[in-house]
Structures are given as structure tokens and as C-alpha cells.
Design a protein around this ligand. Sequence first.
Ligand SMILES: [Zn+2]
Length: 76
Amino acid sequence: MKKLTCRDLGGPCDAELVADTFEEMGNKSRQHVVEQIQAGDESHKLAADRMTEATLDEQKAMMAEFKHKFEVAPDV
Ligand SMILES: [Zn+2]
């Protein structure tokens, strides 16, 4: 299991997300952001909008950065 924070994945808060694979981490991150937006949190909505509005190249660069963070994160 690896642990990253919402902030590590481009989000605005320090909520901790734990997952076995990068794909699972991505799902947990999306789920967390959706939950926060549904709870009325503006900062997570802005982060989600930024992600949606990014170009494909920018999105690829972000994904590569997140994947790298996941790979170097210590096992928990
Ligand atoms: Zn968050």
C-alpha cells in the first residue's frame, strides 16, 4: 500500500489516500474530489475544473508527475 495526499495529486487539501496500485489511487482521488464537491467545497471544484480544462499534453504531464509521486512514495 502506498500513501499520497490529495495535494500530491493536484488537489487542495491534505487528506490522505491509500492504495495498492496507481489506478486505484486515481479512483480514490477522483472519489475524494467528487465527495468534497458534493459537500460544497469550492477549492476541490476549482482543482477539478483545472484538470478538465487542461490540454491533453498538460493532462499527460500531470499524470506522469502523479505516477512518479506514487512510485517514489514509501510503502505503508
Ligand atoms: Zn482534497
